[in-house]
Design a protein around this ligand. Structure first.
Ligand code: SF4
Length: 251
């Protein structure tokens, strides 16, 4: 059962090594992907005893705190989010991501936002008002069954693709994050991303040792080898090059 706690954060706009800032409206993530790297440290960091995926701290003061922090902050790109999905189901009720976007929009801070939820479509009106924004969906495979195994509470792949296309069709810069690489058909995946994602990022399964048992139980040991990642990436890149699509290889 999900434990929801409303909390007041001390800081919401934090320095990041990947972008200038990161912003997490929630601590914890209901989507609970089997491979989530945040589970490795966020439980201890947050002091929660519940397993990852079964607690969420809702930072109810996030928008007003952000407003204050933005008054003093140097303009830079804000990554939403680094250790939670900003459009996890609780966002329907709390609208913290939306309110934070509204604050960032007032100051035209560039935004990079990434999700596995089609709730992102709710904020399409805001995305369109930013001078600089990139909206991305994590799409780890084209195979719904495999996605369901690893990301059981995320939107189906097909729905993510439709949402990505809708956002792209409104002139918002989009990306697809293919990471971690999960078994599927790489050529078909790129075919389905063409015309929807302005850029594609490719990453392997990091922290493999923490999830190898899960792979073995699913009879997917073959998808944990260096050969699998290398071959899969080569097929993706070949297809991306063939279609002249922009991409970045992260491993
Ligand atoms: S959506 Fe992202 S943060 Fe949430 S559980 Fe999955 S990988 Fe972790």
């Amino acid at each position: 059962m999900l434990k929801i706690t409303e909390v007041k954060a001390k800081s919401i706009l934090n320095k990041s090594k990947i972008f200038d800032y990161c912003l997490n409206p929630y601590t914890g993530c209901q989507i609970n992907c089997a491979y989530c790297y945040a589970r490795l440290f966020m439980r201890r960091y947050s002091g929660h005893k519940e397993p990852w995926g079964e607690f969420v701290d809702v930072k109810i003061n996030a928008p007003e705190l952000l407003k204050k922090q933005l008054e003093r902050a140097t303009k830079g790109t804000v990554w939403i989010s680094s250790v939670c999905d900003p459009y996890q189901p609780l966002e329907v009720k709390y609208k913290l991501t939306r309110q934070c976007l509204q604050e960032l929009l007032k100051k035209q801070f560039p935004v990079n936002i990434q999700t596995k939820s089609v709730l992102a479509l709710r904020d399409l009106d805001l995305f369109q008002e930013f001078d600089e924004i990139e909206v991305g969906f994590t799409i780890t495979t084209d195979d719904e069954k495999t996605a369901k195994l690893f990301e059981s509470r995320a939107a189906p792949v097909e729905e993510r693709l439709i949402a990505l296309e809708k956002i792209h069709s409104k002139g918002v810069k989009t990306f697809a994050f293919i990471g971690p690489l999960l078994p599927g058909n790489p050529e078909n995946l790129i075919d389905r991303l063409e015309g929807k994602a302005d850029k594609v990022y490719i990453d392997k399964m990091n922290y493999l040792s923490t999830i190898s048992g899960f792979y073995y139980r699913q009879n997917l040991k073959r998808a944990t080898t260096d050969d699998f990642f290398r071959n899969y990436k080569e097929r993706l890149m070949k297809e991306l090059n063939k279609r002249k699509m922009k991409f970045e290889d992260l491993f």
